[in-house]
Design a protein around this ligand. Structure first.
Ligand code: SF4
Length: 350
């Protein structure tokens, strides 16, 4: 996926070309506004690379984007934001009809960090709820007699990705699955988490397309593609357990791959600084989420022990579901460290 502003046509075209040259078969870009839509039209005129468009809550743009792309991805967990009087079926129907008219594929892109506006208290079993949402949207496709779709069930937690996709694949053998560990974070941990989930699933014959999501600066985004291709090659050659290993314990930093929606370009640097500041706690079982915007920021930080999600000029810092406050990009690090020290001490006190 492009991490450039979609409206910056030159930068987005450059990144599309870079991802395609390194082996991406389909490149996703975000479209959230009329301006992005105009940019998409200009981008389409200058590249033949297959494009997917990511509609989070802006389902209404489906008819306008469909003529220019090969796939539309929507997130069922974000459909509720606009036009609350309409049902999910009515909204998805618009997407499906636009896709049908233009021979576009659709991806039902479920993310365990953003499940239909549920708070963490309402979530209970995340995998169960993700599967329930998937079943609901598969039913909408069936009711619409639309066959050209894939499903993805992503999570920042490799074990959830494995469980959700295994269960979906056994229930819906014929429906293609797009695999990925979302917000896998920085290297090398991001590759380790991706391998922990994708190697297992691919080796079982589950998965039709994949994406590796890493927190990387824009000029290094192509590394996602190289790692994804290496994982597939390793699995097909029977070389499981290659690359960095994910042990599932110790300090776990979840960070998003950033995209056109990232609120501040400082996000990637912030994620790296969070890792440095928190390194003293590397053996503690603490999860810290660092997210680039409000799309998955509130949901992922709800599920983490400590969470940061970025706004344009400040960073929201949370401890579990409780908002501690909004801090500058500089000051948030010191406060994060203090909260982490306190969290570890309070656990030791019992
Ligand atoms: S959290 Fe926001 S910036 Fe990060 S990948 Fe998701 S939509 Fe993009």
């Amino acid at each position: 996926m492009c991490a450039t502003r979609t409206g910056d046509v030159a930068a987005t075209l450059k990144q599309i070309a870079s991802l395609a040259e390194h082996g991406a078969g389909l490149v996703r870009i975000a479209v959230d506004s009329r301006r992005d839509l105009e940019a998409l039209k200009a981008i389409r005129q200058k590249t033949n690379v297959p494009l997917a468009v990511d509609l989070q809550e802006n389902y209404q743009l489906a008819a306008q984007v469909a003529p220019y792309v090969q796939k539309i991805r929507y997130n069922p967990g974000h459909l509720f934001h606009h036009d609350r009087e309409k049902t999910a079926f009515q909204k998805v129907h618009l997407i499906v009809e636009a896709a049908r008219r233009h021979a576009c594929a659709v991806r039902i892109g479920i993310n365990c960090g953003s499940l239909a506006g549920q708070s963490s208290d309402e979530r209970g079993n995340t995998v169960e709820n993700a599967l329930a949402l998937a079943r609901q949207h598969v039913q909408i496709m069936e009711d619409s007699a639309f066959k050209n779709y894939v499903v993805s069930l992503k999570s920042a937690r490799p074990e959830e990705v494995v469980e959700a996709n295994r269960r979906f694949a056994s229930e819906f053998e014929q429906i293609p699955l797009h695999l990925g560990v979302t917000e896998a974070g920085m290297l090398p941990e991001g590759e380790a988490k991706s391998r922990a989930a994708l190697e297992n699933l691919l080796a079982e014959g589950i998965g039709d397309t994949i994406r590796v999501s890493l927190t990387l600066p824009a000029e290094r985004k192509f590394e996602e593609v190289l790692i994804a291709r290496r994982i597939v090659e390793d699995v097909y050659a029977g070389r499981l357990g290659q690359g960095p290993a994910w042990h599932g314990s110790g300090l776990n930093i979840i960070s998003c791959p950033s995209c056109a929606r990232v609120e501040n370009e400082k996000f990637v640097e912030l994620a790296g600084r969070v890792r440095e500041v928190c390194r003293f706690a590397e053996h503690e079982n603490v999860t810290i989420a660092v997210m680039g915007c409000r799309v998955n920021g509130p949901g992922e930080s709800d599920q983490a022990d400590l969470g940061l999600w970025c706004a344009v000029n400040h960073v929201n810092l949370k401890r579990g579901t409780k908002l501690i406050g909004a801090f500058s990009y500089e000051d948030v690090l010191e406060r994060l460290k203090a909260e982490l020290v306190d969290l570890i001490a309070s656990r030791k006190r019992g």
